[in-house]
Design a protein around this ligand. Structure first.
Ligand code: ATP
Length: 234
């Protein structure tokens, strides 16, 4: 098992955002985390990244308990995160933004840069453009590209399709598939449950801070409760 999240409890002040989330991600998988607004999806990813402290429970990566390991060391271990809301550096060029992802890494990163440009030809075309002048979809690509520059074993993707036009949504999902096929494990948080379930191997459904269902994604696509709550019903 690459990543194991065991019974995590996370608070904002006195309010519990997560009360006992357990999930697992195996090497090579795409696992989706779906759920309504405020269910705790982002908090789960932030806890795995080390950006939110645990009140209870454990996060294991490659068999090691990393619950107390600081966020920057988790990146070095191979946990890459492309956060919601993008968070690129607007005053830096596309290439400088990508190289920031590799900051602190030892050795030559030019092969990884070439690979990111292969996955995202748009970024290659615009490597000298300032990040802040890129379109919303391009900034989303840049966020994912920067996370790939950390050379992650698992990539945590928070709402990669947010705010994008339908054509770009399809493109981003294709890119996530390609990243996975090139060997990176993916844990994906998505509001766009239908497309997430079509892409993922397995999925977890979060409701008010707890996992209420976990199953192969194709089963959840046909689950009447999931269809009614997250897939527009029928
Ligand atoms: P969305 O799909 O809307 O992004 P989510 O499933 O990612 O939602 P979280 O962002 O993890 O949900 O939020 C879980 C709960 O924790 C929500 O009730 C939210 O209001 C609360 N919460 C999140 N961040 C904070 C914060 N910084 N301070 C206080 N409460 C917070």
């Amino acid at each position: 098992m690459l990543l194991e999240v065991n019974d995590i409890h996370v608070y904002y002040g006195k309010v519990a955002a997560l009360h006992g989330v357990t999930l697992e991600v195996s090497e090579g998988e795409i696992v989706a985390l779906i759920g309504a607004n405020g269910a705790g999806k982002t908090t789960t990813l932030k806890t795995i990244s080390g950006l939110r402290p645990l009140a209870r429970g454990r996060v294991r990566f490659q068999g090691e308990d990393i619950s107390k390991v600081p966020a920057h060391k988790r990146v070095a271990l191979g946990i890459g995160q492309a956060p919601e809301g993008r968070g690129i550096f607007p005053g830096m060029t596309v290439q400088e933004n990508l190289l920031m992802g590799a900051y602190g890494r030892k050795g030559d990163v030019s092969g990884d840069l070439a690979q990111v440009y292969e996955i995202f030809p748009r970024l290659a075309e615009r490597k000298s453009q300032y990040g802040g002048t890129m379109s919303g979809g391009e900034q989303q690509m840049l966020t994912i590209g920067r996370a790939l520059m950390t050379n992650p074993k698992v990539l945590l993707l928070d709402e990669p399709s947010m705010g994008l036009a339908p054509m770009l949504v399809a493109q981003i999902f294709d890119i996530v598939k390609e990243i996975n096929e090139r060997g990176t494990t993916v844990l994906l948080v998505e509001q766009n449950a239908h497309q997430a379930l079509q892409l993922a191997h397995r999925a977890y459904v979060l409701e008010t801070g707890a996992v209420v269902k976990s199953a192969p994604a194709s089963d959840l696509l046909h689950d009447p409760e999931v269809r009614a709550a997250y897939l527009g019903g029928d």
